[in-house]
Design a protein around this ligand. Structure first.
Ligand code: MYR
Length: 416
């Protein structure tokens, strides 16, 4: 057995916070390894990257998710008691509830709703001096996903509910006031959703039976019991929040279209397959979720290294999407690489890897892809706009990483 390469710092939490997306891969390069040990929040952690690492990370006999999320992430991004912290049969059963919402038909319904809302929004843009795309996408997605999920949302509340949902992912990596606002936003959001779950259960509110709100409110665990209303609220949030987080990808689509005018031209006369390749390359190339966490169930050996029982392990998602052994010229934006892609579930892992049913791979991945297509199509063919001088660098220290000004557009109006 070989000794795991060890990062010599006393603690690397600050270094990780300074460069969250490249922390693991830069050290793997320096130490010439796919696995190394470091200390985060004073605890020993093993960091791994690459296709083989993803395969072992998603082996459910080796890794557990119970109690893995740090408390500050549980109190903001994920909530407590939801699917992210479950294992085994209970996890698969809960995951089925989410997967039942993700039929082609249902995803198509959400796509159409979002398209209509975008079209209405674009008509308002000509009255504005400037439009901030990140915020526009967040509001469109909040409106669309609430309507789709059977969560009643008064038009007057769209801005407030959007801000609450956005705080959960946009400030999850922050410390100080933004972190505290995210915690408050989660409390408010869960209270709102808990109220809706209770109304559905008492029959005072009756959404259609195929909506997420109805399905979550009536979901029963393996013992046949309804979910605690609080946990049901966390799971309903798990449908709304990640959908609104696709706004990050939409800004990144706009950024890619701006940076690559030739690709933009091609998409204007392109096929659905061209658009699909473009969106997949945005998901590979741009930073979204930096890494995923788990802990070893029992001690085991991988690639000659010892993983002790209970040791926390981080899988590098961004670094695997940029691994030169998988991706030719990984730091070039090239949608063509997806023309003949084999669909390997352990190489393109921006939203986790493995199987959607068995593993902790984001069930909303297909929603993200379709929403990115709707927005990209709109930006290419449905509207015209200028991109005024602004800092367009993707701020890699920001979580999630988007340009500092959130992609400002001027003279924006419908193309029709
Ligand atoms: C979700 O809402 O579940 C997905 C949101 C993804 C947004 C982008 C990533 C934010 C990173 C937050 C900090 C993670 C620290 C482990």
């Amino acid at each position: 057995m070989s000794e795991l390469p060890i990062e010599t710092n006393l603690d690397s939490t600050l270094a990780l916070a300074r460069d969250p997306y490249r922390f693991i891969s830069s050290r793997c390069e320096t130490l010439n390894t796919d696995a190394f040990e470091t200390r985060l929040l004073l605890q020993k952690v093993i960091c791994i990257r690459g296709e083989e690492a993803a395969k072992v990370f998603y082996d459910t006999s080796r890794f557990s998710r119970v109690g893995v999320a740090p408390s500050r992430i549980a109190k903001t991004l994920f909530g407590r008691g939801g699917v992210q912290g479950m294992d085994g049969k209970a996890h698969c059963h809960r995951k089925m509830m989410f997967m039942s919402l993700l039929t082609e038909d249902k995803i198509g319904g959400l796509t159409q709703l979002a398209r209509n809302i975008w079209n209405r929004r674009v008509l308002q843009w000509s009255r504005k001096d400037r439009v901030v795309l990140y915020r526009q996408a967040q509001e469109v997605l909040t409106e669309a996903v609430c309507q789709w999920a059977g969560v009643p949302l008064d038009p007057a509340d769209v801005a407030r509910r959007t801000s609450e949902l956005v705080a959960l992912f946009d400030y999850a990596g922050n410390i100080g006031p933004k972190h505290w606002w995210a915690r408050l936003a989660r409390k408010r959001n869960e209270a709102w959703l808990r109220g809706i779950i209770k109304q559905i259960r008492t029959g005072t509110y009756q959404p259609p039976e195929d909506t997420a709100a109805f399905i979550v409110a009536n979901h029963r665990d393996l013992d046949g019991n309804l979910l605690d209303a609080q946990i049901a609220a966390v799971e309903l949030n798990n449908i709304l929040r990640p959908t609104v987080a696709v706004s990050v990808y939409i800004v990144q689509c706009a950024h890619a279209l701006h940076e690559h005018p030739v690709i933009r031209e091609q998409l204007a006369d392109g096929s659905p397959d061209d658009l699909h390749c473009f969106v997949q390359e945005v998901r590979r190339y741009y930073p979204f979720f930096p890494f995923a966490g788990a802990k070893a169930k029992e001690s085991f050996e991988w690639q000659g290294y010892h993983f002790p029982s209970g040791r926390k392990v981080l899988l590098d998602l961004y670094g695997t999407n940029h691994d030169p052994r998988i991706w030719d010229r990984p730091d070039e934006f090239d949608p063509e690489r997806f023309r003949e892609w084999d669909g390997n579930p352990f190489t393109l892992i921006p939203q986790g890897g493995g199987d959607h049913y068995e593993n902790h791979r984001c069930p909303g991945e297909w929603i993200a892809i379709e929403q990115m297509k709707v927005a990209s199509d709109l930006l290419v063919s449905g509207c015209v706009y200028d991109v005024p001088a602004q800092d367009l660098q993707i701020a890699m220290t920001r979580l999630p990483a988007i340009p500092a000004e959130h992609f400002v557009m001027t003279n924006a109006r419908s193309a029709g």
